[in-house]
Structure formats: C-alpha cells, structure tokens
Design a protein around this ligand. Sequence first.
Ligand code: NDP
Length: 335
Amino acid sequence: LFRDYISGFPKETDMILSTTGTIGLKVPEGSNSVLLKNLYLSCDPYMRLRMTQSATYNPNFVPGSPITGYVVSEVLDSGNSNYQKGDYVWGFAGWEQYSLIENPVPSSLRKISYTDVPLSYYTGILGMPGLTAYVGFNKLASPKKGESVYVSSAFGAVGQLVGQFAKMMGCYVVGSAGSKEKVDLLKNKFGLDDAFNYKEEPDLTAALKRYFPKGIDIYFENVGGKMLEAVLPNMAPHGRISVCGMISQYNLEQPDGVPDLSHLIMKCVRMEGFNVSYHYHLYPEFMEVMKQYFMDEKLVYVEDTVEGLESAPAALIGLFTGRNIGKQVIKVSHE
Ligand code: NDP
C-alpha cells in the first residue's frame, strides 16, 4: 500500500506490505469484472511523480490504497465476454497478488496473443516502455541513416530499445549510463558505437564534445537537468531532441535551473516532449515491427527481476540510484 504523500527521495517505508485476507477466487455473480492473478509488476520512474499530491502526469496514488502500475497477469475468472479464464493480459492494476478489475475496457487490459517471448517482456520491451522508445525515437525524432544519436539512461527499459532502433537505422550511437558494468554491456552486448559513465565525467559538455565532434543530430532525453544543459551546446544544426523523461528532476523540490535554450535558436533545433499515453493507437503497428525483429533475432533485452511483493519497495526506489541493471521487474507469482 502507499503510505502517504512524500517530498524528496522515496524510501522503502513509504510503502507498506499488507495482508487483507483472502478474496474468493471467483468474480462476483453477475458482474462484468475480471479477476487477475498478477505475475509480473513493472517498476517505472513516473510512479515517483504519483507519490506527490500535486501529481500532474498521472493521477496520484491514494494513501492507504494499493500502489498501481503496469502488470502482466493471468485471468483466473471473468464475467466479461472480452476475457476468458486462462488468458494472459497486460495493463493497469494494483501492486497485489490478485486484482479484481471492474468493468475493464479492452484498451486498459490488453490480451497477450504473441507468446514466443517471456511474458515479463510485456512490462518492458513489448509494453509501455517499448512503445515509448518506438514513438519517441522512430516517430518523433525523424531519424536518418548516418546521423549521430545520443541516448541518456541508455541501459534502462526505454534506453535499451532506443539504442537498438538507432543502430538498426544505421546511425552512430553513443549511450550513457551510471556504472562500468552498464557501459560495458552497452558497448559489447548492445553494439553501441560508444558508451560512457556519466558519473565519472567531471565535465559532461566536454565529454559529449569528444564523442560528437560534429555535433548530436538526435538526443533522446531521459535524464534532464545537468545532462540537458551539457547536451544543448553540443547539438548539431537542425538537430532534434525527443524529450521522453527527466528522471534527475523527479525527487527535487525545486527543479534544476533551466539551461540556456538559445542554442535551440542558433542551431534550429527542434525539441519536443511526448507522453506515450497519447500514442497507443500505434501499439498494433509497434507489435508487428517488434515481432519481425524477434523473429529475425535482431533484439537484445536485459531485465532485472526481483521476486516477491516484499521486494517491490526497494526495487522501485532503486530506479533512482541506478540499482537496476536493465528493465526492473517484480515477479509475484509463477505462471
Ligand atoms: P530506467 O529503466 O532507465 O531506470 C531509471 C534509470 O535512470 C536508472 O537505472 C538510472 O540509471 C537512471 N537515473 C536515475 N537517477 C538518475 C539521475 N539523477 N541522473 C541520471 N540518471 C539517473 O527507466 P525507464 O527506461 O523506464 O525510463 C527512462 C525515462 O523515460 C524516465 O525519465 C521516464 O520517466 C521516461 N518515460 C517517459 C515516458 C513518456 O511517455 N514520455 C514513458 C516511459 C518512460 P543509471 O545507472 O544510468 O544512472
């Protein structure tokens, strides 16, 4: 359960593990509900924003109620003709072992039909973060072969896929991450042209100048703050910045100062934010693309899975220290 609204860095004690007794493993007689056994929960950075009373991005969590987020689940019972017992679905539900979803609409609880990959992938590469990478890079950044691409938080759920999309497009791709292990994997497993540990760079502007002597054509923004400040003077003329997230800002009471945006003018750079929630009409197209990539064995994907609801609080706050090595997943039940 969510304890109460917070400010600053989240703590494990902001979440409470609670047992509320058993529920019947059937939906109430005559109801339209669907009963889910939750298998995997997704840890996502936007969840921190929902711990604040003034949440603007998504509705805030309700103190004393279950935390909600993306889950992958099995349908245990259904009074709804769109879902049958035994279906696998992904969508929005509580961080709990079983969830009763009243009046589900097909867009909030999507049936999983492609099962050639692990089901947990629907928390990440085939779920909300995957679509985010597709929309933010392939659609909004207008990439072209040979362009120079910089991805921050490149080893995360979204970043992993952006880097691979960019490489498949024939771009020169550099990613940053917060540890040597992540940087090595980006170079050796994900095939990025280069990668660096942003925590070890005393001067980020100079570091980016080294990696992009001719400038950055596309910056995929996951971090914000000082990172964005260092990127702006390194943008190439007619560059694009796809503003996906700003994780460095989510725990701050006062956002970092807005950097000098005049670089956008001088270099005719387009900077565009987006919210994946408005792009779900692209999900079927995205799935077709991804299925083909999986069939052609073109994708690499790394998950960081912890087991049990009791591991969830530490996993969620670990996103803000970089504890997760890849997409952070919580396994709560066996398939
Ligand atoms: P990740 O899996 O990348 O996990 C978060 C990572 O962020 C951490 O592992 C850590 O990696 C890095 N990080 C944490 N704090 C900081 C900091 N202060 N400075 C720099 N890096 C930090 O998360 P996602 O891939 O799920 O999300 C990436 C971004 O995309 C987030 O900003 C998120 O809010 C955004 N997003 C936006 C969506 C939209 O619709 N616009 C939808 C989904 C996600 P490291 O070791 O590298 O420090």
